[in-house]
Design a protein around this ligand. Structure first.
Ligand SMILES: C[S@@+](CC[C@H](N)C(=O)[O-])C[C@H]1O[C@@H](n2cnc3c(N)ncnc32)[C@H](O)[C@@H]1O
Length: 231
């Protein structure tokens, strides 16, 4: 990863990014009930297609999440895909809004033979006290949160002052032709998947309370790996 210099230190503006990114798709954010419904339908398929995820983004997950230490919170853990990449020495805690995704995560922990705790929870209102985790991780999920900056601020809050927040996000491609295609299909993509696929992950982080420390992009700018610290 390269050293980041572009955290602008601006005042956190909870809600603004939600509005901005929704504007990008021309749609209002889905409700939590809509999101639950979307993932109730997708949980089994997502778990079955884990081999493809491993092929496409497994190495990026490994490179980033092998740095997790201590008590680790995986926000929007989905089917528990990250559990494989977090070191065995760490204590794994996963939360997600979808009971169906959590059921798959439970099976994944069992398959890996790894201990862990799972709970149904909204990323935008985490039910943990301040400074509860040495590491907070999250992957491919800010695109679905109704208010992504509120969720990033929650990650900031529950992370210990000396801890770290590791994010693997996807967003608008730096290949302009593909980026324009993403813009053109943004509404349709959001409607089908509850996913703002042309979002700018680094812009979201800069609007949150987090202090960006390192970032790197891969796969034509679509994947961004981020290491931040509580701000
Ligand atoms: C694209 S999946 C990614 C799952 C997993 N992190 C991964 O990398 O495979 C997005 C996940 O975000 C969860 N999610 C969406 N909104 C949420 C919210 N407000 N709170 C908690 N989880 C949420 C969904 O239920 C889904 O499991």
């Amino acid at each position: 990863m390269t050293d980041a210099t572009h955290h602008d230190g601006s005042t956190p503006t909870t809600g603004l990014a939600g509005a901005e990114t929704a504007e990008r798709t021309g749609r209002r954010p889905d409700s939590l009930a809509d999101i639950r419904e979307t993932y109730a339908d997708q949980a089994e398929t997502v778990a079955r297609m884990r081999w493809l995820d491993r092929l496409l983004v497994g190495r990026y997950r490994r490179r980033l999440f092998e740095r997790a230490t201590g008590r680790v919170l995986d926000v929007a853990c989905g089917t528990g895909t990250n559990a494989e990449y977090v070191p065995e020495s760490a204590e794994y805690v996963g939360v997600d809004i979808s009971p169906e995704m959590l059921r798959e995560a439970d099976e994944e922990l069992r398959r890996l033979g790894r201990a862990g705790t799972l709970a149904e929870m909204d990323a935008q209102a985490l039910a943990f006290p301040d400074d509860s985790f040495e590491t907070v991780i999250s992957s491919l999920s800010t695109c679905t949160f109704p208010d992504p900056v509120a969720a990033l601020d929650e990650m900031n809050r529950v992370c210990e002052p000396d801890g770290q927040v590791l994010l693997l996000e996807h967003g608008r491609s730096s290949v302009e032709l593909f980026g324009r295609f993403q813009d053109w299909r943004a509404d349709a993509h959001y409607e089908k998947h509850s996913c703002r696929w042309n979002q700018e992950p680094l812009a979201l982080v800069s609007q949150s309370a987090l202090a960006l420390r390192e970032s790197s992009t891969r796969l034509f700018g679509v994947i961004t790996a981020i290491r931040a610290e509580p701000g």
